[in-house]
Design a protein around this ligand. Structure first.
Ligand code: SF4
Ligand code: SF4
Length: 412
């Protein structure tokens, strides 16, 4: 059905270019708040808090400090929902000036033909979008009523404006059985690249499982732009079309723990992905680590597994919050230091970064003696930090699957 040679060639070429370009990847969270309350979001506590946007002049400071320390940067603009930024084009222009291949992650809910055209005119080449399920009700159970249609419409507008779209297929417990249909759907849309992520623990629900909810309709601040662009014609919510209604019914998955794949889900999900890879001649990259104690990774030659790059020589990436706080990964909470006031070198000499490195070097109890710990590190330790307060612990998902396997025995 699908010829993968074009895709493989594109991936090989972009890797070659990326290696040649080198550079340090940085996720810039230019807006803290979001207009959706997706049940799987790892930024929920922050995106529910007071609105905060990085001003263009603050972005200049951040980029200058990052470039001074790291040299070449590879930038991803994100949030919260970055299209809520009232000076979005000015922000994009600055990022594209530093990294011509800068990309933007969006939930597509505000994407209109006009906004897509302005982003393209500002120099943006591509966006990344998260996809849950081709069944609208399943997508909306996780992202809110109407989100599926907005996603599809936004995708169309973005592509018609000439933006390349990369999809992140997020696999949660309620959508795990849809993986083959989801892949078929994304390939049918002709998307040039995609990545598959298993659900990664965000923040546990507090108070017995407060459900994700609709974002309050906030009146955005309109800081004056300092590059001559007028903000008066920039719609308050970034897009030009109808904003998601404030009264959207809440996504159904009240307890994020219900999104974790079980051991059985994992086995089926990997088998489904492998079969899809074999049938369509695809190599499918998985972004969030899957440890080798949970699955025999050698059984899946069409899948490309990854390990956490934090603190390593290659693949390390950083995140900068809308308040200028530097973090070692977008999944890690807290702050290593304030980039608006402090050079990167001083931040990295500070106690928070040294403590984080020590935590990452700690071997969680279930991993003691594991021959692959140096590579695996116990899954995503950012999830350990968000879920249990310390990156010294085991990834909460790995912990759950191992406990399930202890009860039920390994897969047959
Ligand atoms: S390091 Fe820990 S999580 Fe990773 S494979 Fe070994 S036991 Fe499993
Ligand atoms: S902490 Fe988790 S999300 Fe961050 S880079 Fe490591 S594995 Fe990925």
């Amino acid at each position: 059905m699908v010829n993968d040679w074009g895709r493989r060639l594109r991936r090989w070429w972009s890797r070659l270019i990326a290696d040649w370009r080198g550079g340090t990847t940085v996720l810039l969270e230019i807006v803290r708040e979001c207009n959706q309350r997706c049940a799987y979001c790892y930024r929920l506590p922050d995106s529910r808090g007071p609105a905060r946007r990085l001003a263009p002049a603050e972005l200049d400071t951040v980029l200058e400090r990052l470039t001074t320390h790291f040299g070449r940067l590879r930038l991803t603009i994100t949030g919260g929902e970055p299209t809520l930024h009232p000076d979005l084009e000015a922000m994009v222009r600055r990022c594209v000036a530093v990294d011509p291949a800068a990309t933007l992650i969006t939930n597509l809910s505000t994407m209109t033909p006009a906004l897509a055209g302005r982003l393209r005119a500002a120099g943006l080449r591509g966006i990344q979008v998260t996809f849950l399920s081709p069944v609208p009700a399943e997508h909306e159970a996780l992202c809110g009523a109407g989100s599926f249609d907005r996603w599809l419409a936004g995708l169309t507008h973005a592509r018609e404006a000439g933006l390349e779209v990369g999809a992140i297929l997020l696999v949660t417990r309620p959508t795990a059985r849809r993986v083959p249909e989801s892949l078929r759907f994304l390939l049918g849309l002709g998307l040039g690249s995609f990545l598959v992520n298993r659900y990664n623990g965000g923040f546990p629900a507090k108070g017995g499982g407060e459900p994700p909810g609709p974002a309050p309709q906030q009146a955005p601040s309109r800081p004056a732009t300092d590059d001559g662009l007028s903000t008066t014609d920039v719609p308050a919510r970034g897009g030009d079309g109808p904003a998601p209604a404030a009264a959207d019914p809440l996504p159904a998955a009240a307890d994020p723990a219900g999104l974790f794949l079980t051991g059985g889900d994992l086995d089926r999900f990997l088998a489904d992905l492998e079969e899809a890879g074999a049938r369509w001649n695809l190599t499918i990259p998985l972004g969030v680590p899957i440890p080798s104690c949970l699955a025999d990774l050698s059984r899946y030659p069409h899948l490309e597994f990854s390990a956490c790059p934090i603190g390593r020589d290659r693949g390390m990436y950083w995140a900068v919050g809308a308040d200028g706080a530097l973090r070692a990964c977008n999944h890690l909470p807290g702050s290593l230091g304030d980039l608006l006031t402090t050079p990167v070198a001083d931040i990295l000499r500070g106690e928070p970064w040294q403590r984080l490195r020590q935590e990452l070097a700690t071997v969680p109890a279930p991993c003691r003696g594991c021959p692959t710990f140096d590579r695996c590190r116990g899954g995503c330790r950012g999830a350990a930090a968000t879920w249990a307060g310390s990156a010294a612990g085991l990834d909460p998902w790995v912990e759950r699957v191992l406990a399930g396997r202890d009860r039920e025995g390994p897969p047959g």
